[in-house]
Design a protein around this ligand. Structure first.
Ligand code: SF4
Length: 471
């Protein structure tokens, strides 16, 4: 008897860690015989992999589930049963409350438990699983399947991993660490993702080798506090992120390594030294500081002051002079004065970021900062505008400096125009050039001749390769 394959629609919100988790959830479901649905209307299972970082995150999930409820009802009228699962950080934070408030939801599963999805889906009753199990979910996940990434509808994701027409991605994420022990006063992560935990070196290397054997050339190591990595080595001793990166550098086929997101306090000397000694480690670092005022940094419980951060940047730049930096900033943290904010502007001026993300502070229920005296909305908006203007100016200046330079580009996918392909510079800028598609997956020097709003344009440096592109 041939049974029709069940179809799943996965919608991912939030950060790269959620994108990685969605890929692994896709692996788990593919092993159960699920295939991809391009639209939620066609799915037997709709899974929302949620993020708790944005304001009113839970309310947005409830509203999304409200829309899906109607879809589920319509399917039932046609004699088709559709299940709805909520995964990720909102699932972790809200837990059983989701089942109470959203009758249409069948399964609630936290980020540490999604390997249990098949069992949860088989239960007669609606199920919730938000424990932090003692054994790691990574021990129970099937082998990562590039094929299974195609369970993720391409239009939902920005990363080339999810483009269904690509035979195999050139760049991939690999989670090496999860959780956070820092308890910044504005952040929910320590409550939703639990304590810092690292995967053993051998497991990470094994997964990286598998990805390399499938054509992956660039790996971005992921962790909420990735540089707090402290995985077990084969001898049972703990290894730092620098040691892990050194081990991954040895893998044939892997040409580029990156890691995100780092905490300044965990930027150890051996990791700084790795930027000097490991050529595969790309000269681009996302190192959030959040604010430039020591007073605000203390109120945020960041565990360091302004001087510490600036000294760290100096050390990093002497180890790797072409290192470009990106960061995150929160504007209008409770108690932030105009003077504090000016310290942030001055820090940005001093560091000269290649890019940075900035947001107005908004309280997260249950975090200490939510109880502190708030800065008026108007002041926050006005400060954000000033900060973003400065960051945009720095980003444009950084990109403009690329004009006329020959830079190595790892080509990742076809461009919008026929004959054009797109890749990434060592500093993560998108670079477009006319070149044959067989160059996808290779690192090729490109001479930059034009700077766009969000990307660079250039020609292959090698004249014979350029001729091939024209032919
Ligand atoms: S370091 Fe702070 S901001 Fe980053 S995840 Fe931990 S608590 Fe959140």
């Amino acid at each position: 008897m041939i049974t029709k394959a069940r179809r799943v629609f996965i919608k991912t919100y939030g950060c790269q860690m959620n994108v990685y988790d969605s890929e692994r959830i896709a692996d788990v479901l593919a092993a159960e015989g699920f295939e991809a649905a391009e639209r939620p209307e066609d799915a037997d299972l709709i899974l929302l992999n949620t993020c708790h970082i944005r304001e009113k995150a839970a309310e947005k999930v409830y509203s999304e589930v409200g829309k899906l409820r109607l879809m589920k009802k319509a399917a039932r009228a046609e004699g088709r049963e559709v299940k709805i699962a909520v995964a990720g950080c909102v699932a972790q934070a809200e837990g059983a409350e989701i089942l109470k408030r959203a009758q249409a939801v069948d399964v609630v599963v936290g980020p540490q438990s999604y390997h249990l999805l098949p069992a949860l889906l088989k239960r007669e009753k609606r199920a919730v699983e938000t424990e932090f199990p003692a054994d790691s979910k990574f021990d129970h996940l099937p082998e990562p399947g590039i094929r299974n990434m195609h369970l993720l509808p391409s239009r939902l994701h920005a990363h080339p991993l999810q483009k269904a027409h690509l035979p195999a991605p050139v760049a991939a994420f690999l989670t090496v660490q999860e959780g956070c022990d820092k308890f910044c006063t504005f952040c929910v992560v320590p409550y939703t993702r639990g304590a810092e935990a690292s995967r053993p070196v051998a497991k990470v290397v094994e997964e990286a080798e598998l990805l390399a054997s499938r054509g992956v050339k660039e790996l971005t190591l992921l962790g909420q506090n990735v540089n707090a990595y402290h995985g077990e080595g084969t001898d049972g001793r703990t290894r730092s992120l620098a040691r892990l990166i050194a081990a991954l550098s040895e893998i044939d086929g892997i040409e580029r390594l990156r890691y995100v997101t780092s905490h300044p306090r965990d930027m150890s000397d051996d990791l700084i030294e790795a930027h000097a000694s490991l050529p595969k480690l790309m000269p681009y670092l996302h190192l959030p500081v959040q604010a430039g005022s020591t007073r605000v940094l203390h109120a945020m419980n960041r565990g360091h002051d302004r001087g510490f951060y600036l000294r760290l940047i100096e050390k990093l730049r002497s180890a790797r002079p072409d290192l470009a930096l990106s960061g995150d900033f929160i504007v209008g943290f409770p108690g932030e004065t105009e003077e504090d904010f000016r310290d942030t502007l001055a820090l940005v001026e001093a560091v000269e970021y290649a890019s940075a993300y900035s947001f107005k502070y908004s309280p997260r229920p249950g975090t200490p900062a939510a109880e502190m005296a708030q800065v008026p909305e108007g002041e926050k908006s006005e400060r954000l505008t000033r900060l973003q203007a400065l960051i945009a100016k720095q980003q444009a200046a950084f990109n403009a400096r690329m004009r006329g330079l020959d830079i190595d580009v790892l080509f990742e996918k076809p461009g919008k125009r026929p004959g054009q392909i797109v890749g990434r510079s060592p500093w993560l800028q998108a670079v477009h050039a006319d070149a044959p598609e067989e160059m996808i997956g290779t690192v090729v020097p490109v001479t930059i001749d034009a700077i766009g709003a969000n990307s660079l344009f250039g020609a292959l440096k090698d004249a014979s390769l350029r001729e091939r592109a024209i032919a």
